[in-house]
Design a protein around this ligand. Structure first.
Ligand code: GBH
Length: 493
């Protein structure tokens, strides 16, 4: 092909891509942010009085479960480098930074009897550095790192932890609330409960399929509601902030236009997002979960449902415990109806009873579970609007992994552009999205993936004792979007 022909083709290709991108401005007050979580970035796992948590214990006890036997012992060393982190946020120009508090750094025993002052100082310094640079903190209180002493008492299968969380939440509001407008109680509780207490793949590594995850969830929902009410009664009038929870979900696309597949897709959404969200944004667990789990439990020989029941009083106490809706969205699945699994061992997947999969021709990335499906973003946002009565939504995570081989992360640039384009289109559909958060500010400890899956806008050199941070190409793109509120070269009002 001639050079002219080549350039012509490129221009066509670019204009097609740009055509598909929504070219409306995001509203002026739309909030853009970037996120991390304590265990994934802080390091300093046993420094300055921090207690042991379940991810410290899990990575140290079962190194073979984590890629390259990696741990979060040092991670990005953000405990010492938070000023560099804030400088990176400043470079991006974001409105807010979503980070999480390490419960064990503040309360080494998990209980409020011993407050670890250096831990408190660390977060106060971080918050001050953010505010001094015009960046709002959005704080997650629990991003999976439960204090080990609380796990020793049963962790999220125990009522004790509900009470301990409520007191930890009150302390956080007292300590930091004057400077914090946005709070999340829990990040992705489904991963805590399903992977941590059902399947046993994540810390604390308890495999109690079909039982543990439901008990865990029941307590997490109660703990969330306790924290929201504490804020509402004791802090709202003076601190004026907003409290919610963030739940992750994928979009589930029916395999065909049959009624059975449509029902399978809806059931998947109810069993993933609805499991946590229905009690909070509507009321009680989703009917479909109550019915299916009760039926299978009785057939299996249990005397009652494996899904615990809320009392009427609890249902009304939990309902409405949100000031906005938090949601993490990365990918999509196809949902297909299937024959019932014969009654036998209890299992969440049998309770759900859906065959779900991703298609081979969906674009892949360095994280095998994450296929690039930007169109799913628009669909799931519309589903959330419809199902939960049009709440105010903050997308608290969205992003993609690379393998670290290049700083020219063109795939991430396209991912952000195409997902944000679908966010903007969903807003035109009437979905009330008020904020968006890129996961992640920088490469970090990606749980079982260790340091092999890199979600960062900034690269972190984990071989260098300085944990040097370097911008990838996506930094320039996201910075432009944050600055102009526009995804393409020129936008329309
Ligand atoms: C989020 O989880 C987390 O909140 C965040 O901490 C994380 O870094 C980020 O996304 C990127 O993953 O081990 O192959 O069985 C997103 C949902 C749920 C996706 C657990 C990966 C385990 C896949 N994640 N899942 S695997």
């Amino acid at each position: 092909m001639s050079l002219r022909g080549f350039i012509f083709c490129c221009l066509i290709a670019i204009s097609i891509a740009q055509d598909e991108t929504n070219n409306k401005f995001f509203p002026e007050d739309f909030l853009f942010g970037a996120a991390t979580a304590s265990y994934q970035v802080e390091g300093a796992w046993d420094e300055d009085g921090k207690g042991e948590n379940i991810w410290d214990r899990f990575t140290h006890s079962y190194p073979e479960l984590i890629a390259n036997n990696d741990t979060g012992d040092v991670a990005c060393d953000s405990y010492h480098k938070y000023k560099e982190d804030v400088a990176m946020l400043k470079e991006l120009g974001v409105d807010f930074y979503r980070f999480s508090l390490s419960w064990s750094r503040i309360l080494p025993t998990g209980f409020v009897n011993k407050v670890n002052l250096p831990g408190v100082t660390y977060y106060k310094n971080l918050i001050k550095e953010l505010k001094d640079n015009g960046i709002e903190p959005l704080i997650t209180m629990y991003h999976w790192d439960l204090p080990q002493p609380l796990q020793d008492l049963g962790g999220w299968t125990s009522e004790v932890v509900v009470e301990a969380f409520a007191e930890y939440a009150r302390l956080n509001f007292e300590l930091f609330g004057d400077n914090v407008k946005y709070w999340l109680t829990f990040n992705e509780p489904k991963q805590t409960c399903l992977l941590g207490y059902g399947q046993g793949m994540f810390a604390p590594g308890i495999a109690s399929p079909g039982i543990g995850e439901y008990i865990c969830t029941h307590h997490v929902i109660e703990a969330h509601a306790r924290a929201w009410h504490i804020y509402d009664q004791e802090f709202r009038t003076t601190q004026n902030g907003q409290v919610s929870i963030t739940i992750d979900t994928s979009w589930f696309e029916p395999a065909t236009d049959s009624e059975e597949d449509a029902a399978a897709a809806e059931r998947s959404l109810q069993f993933t997002y609805g499991w946590y969200a229905n009690a909070i944004y509507n009321s009680d667990y989703p009917e479909i979960m109550k019915t299916r789990i009760a039926e299978r439990s009785l057939a299996e020989g249990f005397n009652q449902s494996r899904l615990p029941a809320f009392t009427d009083e609890e249902i009304s106490y939990i309902s409405g415990t949100f000031d906005f809706m938090g949601v993490n969205i990365y990918t999509s699945f196809i949902a297909e109806a299937m024959d019932e699994v014969p009654i036998g061992e209890p299992n969440y997947n049998y309770d759900l009873g859906v065959k779900s999969y991703q298609l081979d021709d969906w674009e892949s990335c360095a994280a095998s579970w994450l296929k690039v499906t930007p169109w799913g973003m628009r669909k799931i946002l519309n589903w959330l609007k419809k199902t939960y009565n049009n709440p105010k939504i903050i997308i608290t995570e969205n992003g993609i992994a690379d393998d670290g081989s290049t700083l020219e992360d063109d795939q991430r640039v396209r991912y952000y552009r195409d997902y944000l384009s679908n966010v903007r289109s969903a807003m035109e559909d009437g979905v009330n999205v008020i904020g968006y958060t890129a996961w992640s500010l920088m490469d970090n400890f990606e749980w079982l993936g260790g340091y092999t899956q890199k979600f960062g806008l900034f690269q972190v050199d984990f071989d260098n004792i300085n944990r040097t941070r370097t911008p990838k190409s996506s930094v320039a793109y996201y910075k432009k979007v944050v600055e102009t509120h526009c995804l393409v070269d020129t936008c329309e009002a």
